[in-house]
Design a protein around this ligand. Structure first.
Ligand code: NDP
Ligand code: MG
Length: 398
């Protein structure tokens, strides 16, 4: 039977790749709900092509969307708005699969709603899991939701782990013969820049990733290695291991998407051309496999695969994320919130590239850590951290 899909963040890079896959399999999947934030014209184009039943936008965009839908004879599409609309779309009884591809903390409550409603949740929005950690995992478990990683590294790790690994007891130790997870990192566009060179890189340079084409925020995160830090935290939650069992390996070609090492000396890797359509298709169809347009890997074209240790002196964000995971509680939420503010400030040229981790470190030092006992407590910490980080941005800018 055809699966009905809700795409949170349909106008983004992951949203677009998701549509590419769905388009290849019209018999198996239909688009039920789509959401956008600023790109309304693009949203209408998507509505024309995929004919969803529901579209969600911010309240101030509702009129613009309504007019465009009417002009395109699409007035039957129901328009919902704001966070309540995102949640209603994610938990809608007609929806089977939710692609969580909103960027940042804005995706937390809709993603959590999808988990609560027992959906198949394709998780791209790593910030939501970094913030909510155990609560997201528990919510998914208690409601029989299937939380499947779309982040290419986590999808690779999932593919390399034993079957049923996620159903086993969760106590922070690797199990079923797993020794450690090797999380690969491309190293981003500034892998071999000196500290001095890093001080003057521009937003345009930071957003030009050598291997992947992605949204602006994750592109900057890839350049600072905060993306790998967030992914380290994401891996700990998804695969129920403490941070010392996740080793980051810089692999500039992005052909191996991550690895799992076993106690018998085996190391399993998942490889492929760097294209998000592969992990998206995997998460959509798991445990089956479906066709994509991604060309098969030509190993003769990639005769060299290199590996190196990350440099946390030039890229302190990775160290900050590891420390936050170790500290636990609200520290990952504070880290994430400060990073969102710092990245936005870098993109608008209020602060320099090397000041991004400074804002994060400062905020982690200022906002009190405590147990992350509820979503309300997490949202409060997120709010406080943003205020502290914004002040730090102002101080650095003046
Ligand atoms: P984009 O910036 O390309 O897209 C983000 C999407 O979220 C857009 O649809 C955007 O709407 C929407 N959005 C932005 N802000 C809000 C808000 N406040 N409320 C509701 N919706 C909002 O990002 P990506 O697609 O690159 O990334 C999405 C997520 O997936 C991120 O968490 C990222 O870390 C993760 N990810 C991305 C990968 C990639 O290759 N791109 C790889 C692995 C993970 P609009 O465009 O209309 O403004
Ligand atoms: Mg990734």
């Amino acid at each position: 039977m055809s699966q009905s899909v809700c795409i949170l963040g349909v106008t983004g890079s992951i949203g677009q790749s998701t549509l590419k896959i769905l388009q290849l399999h019209p018999e198996e999947y239909s688009v039920f709900a789509v959401t956008a934030h600023s790109r309304i014209v693009e949203l209408v184009e998507i509505c024309k092509q995929f004919r969803p039943k529901i579209a969600v936008v911010p309240l101030q965009k509702v009129d613009e969307l309504r007019q465009l839908l009417i002009a395109n004879q699409l007035s039957e599409i129901e328009i919902l708005h704001d966070e309540a609309g995102l949640i209603a779309a994610a938990e809608h009884p007609n929806v089977d699969v939710v692609m969580a591809a909103i960027v940042g903390a804005a995706g937390l409550l809709p993603t959590l709603a999808a988990a609560k409603a027992g959906k198949r949740v394709l998780l791209a929005n790593k910030e939501a899991l970094v913030m909510s950690g155990d609560i997201m995992i528990q919510t998914a478990r208690e409601n029989n939701a299937l939380l499947l990683p779309v982040d290419s590294e986590h999808n690779a790790i999932f593919q390399c782990l034993p079957q049923n690994y996620l159903q086993e007891n969760r106590n922070g130790q690797p199990k079923m013969g797993v020794k450690q997870i090797l999380l690969t990192a491309s190293g981003g566009p500034f892998l071999h820049h000196s500290l001095e060179q890093l001080q003057s890189v521009t937003p345009a340079q930071a957003c030009k990733h050598p291997n992947w084409s992605m949204g602006q925020k994750i592109s900057v995160d890839s350049a600072t290695l905060m993306n790998k830090g967030l992914e380290l935290i994401e891996a700990c939650h998804l695969f129920a291991v403490e941070e010392q069992f996740v080793t980051v390996v810089v692999h500039p070609q992005s052909i191996i998407h991550s690895m799992v090492q076993y106690v018998d000396g085996s190391t399993l890797a998942q490889m492929g051309n760097p294209d998000m359509c592969t992990p998206i298709a995997h998460a959509l169809a798991w445990p089956e496999r479906i066709q994509t347009h991604v060309p098969p890997l030509d190993l003769f074209l990639h005769s060299q695969l290199n590996f190196e240790e990350p440099d946390t002196v030039r890229f302190p964000a990775l160290k900050l994320a590891r420390q936050a995971m170790k500290a636990g509680g609200l520290a990952p939420t504070i880290l994430n919130a400060a990073n969102e503010i710092a990245v936005a400030a870098f993109l608008t040229e209020q602060i320099g590239f090397t000041q991004i981790p400074q804002v994060v470190e400062h905020t982690l030092g200022q906002v009190e850590n405590a147990a992350a006992v509820s979503i309300d407590v997490i949202l409060q910490a997120d709010h406080t951290a943003r205020i502290v980080a914004e002040k730090a941005v102002l101080n650095l800018g003046s």
